[in-house]
Write a protein that binds this ligand. Structure first.
Ligand code: ZN
Length: 246
């Protein structure tokens, strides 16, 4: 019994001279780990192996039981090639792949996350799109979808609107803490004014207003969201340093 699904390649490693172990995000099936027999053969469409970002129609079997399934066919429809021609876009895209692959459990379907990733990669490949805001929206929605991003307009301790100075972000507390509530925080990240301004923009956007997120605001927001994601995962993401530009 095989499954046919739209899929994006999140991870690829060599298994033998002709085969690869692939982690795909399939739209209906979720994260699947597959052995791609012969995917590295020169005559295969991807020519020398399936690449990260590769998106298309996958036919596979036996996935989602803890072990490796088998990729029977893959017809590439988009390889998001422009991402490879610009280092900032490439680093941002690789971080998106790693974040997605780290946050989702195997064989747990999340079509909204597939669509989110697809749209973010398409947007990121457009010359006029600046990577930091694309990443900020992506991280924001990914964390929201995972239920990890709550109300960021009030202090998680006292419920008051946080003041402009002395505010911290605590991943364990799930949001912002004012100076007096910050004392007992398990973890803390200083929240500069830029980040508070960025959060205000995101609140307005969520309320339905169309506001641009500047690169500076997006970078400040990305730092907090990436910190939160990695704290929740309990480990660092390999691609974070380059993607965040620090
Ligand atoms: Zn407080």
């Amino acid at each position: 019994m095989s499954t046919t699904d739209q899929a994006i390649c999140l991870r690829a490693s060599d298994y033998s001279e002709t085969s690869q172990v692939l982690t795909l995000l399939a739209r209906q099936s979720g994260l699947v780990r597959l052995l791609g027999k012969g995917t590295k053969r020169p005559k295969s469409k991807s020519g020398g192996g399936m690449d990260l970002f590769s998106e298309g129609r996958a036919v596979f079997a036996g996935a989602g039981r803890g072990g490796l399934g088998t990729l029977m066919e893959f017809v590439e429809e988009d390889n998001h090639a422009p991402l490879r021609r610009d280092l900032a876009r490439l680093h941002t895209g690789l971080y998106m792949l790693e974040a997605t692959g780290s946050l989702l459990a195997e064989a747990d379907p999340h079509p909204e996350v597939f669509d989110l990733l697809h749209n973010a990669l398409v947007r990121l490949a457009q010359a006029e799109a600046s990577p930091p805001p694309v990443l900020a929206y992506f991280q924001w929605r990914l964390l929201r979808h995972a239920g990890l991003l709550g109300d960021l307009s009030a202090c998680q301790g006292c419920g008051k609107e946080p003041p402009k100075a002395g505010v911290i972000f605590s991943s364990a507390a799930g949001g912002l803490l004012c100076r007096s509530c910050a004392a007992g925080a398990k973890d803390r990240l200083a929240v500069p004014h830029q980040t508070l301004a960025a959060l205000e923009v995101m609140r307005q956007v969520q309320a339905g207003r169309r506001l641009p997120l500047s690169d500076a605001h997006a970078k400040a927001l990305n730092a907090v969201l990436a910190y939160h994601l990695q704290y929740q995962l309990g480990r660092h993401l390999r691609t974070a340093r380059h993607a965040l530009g620090r």
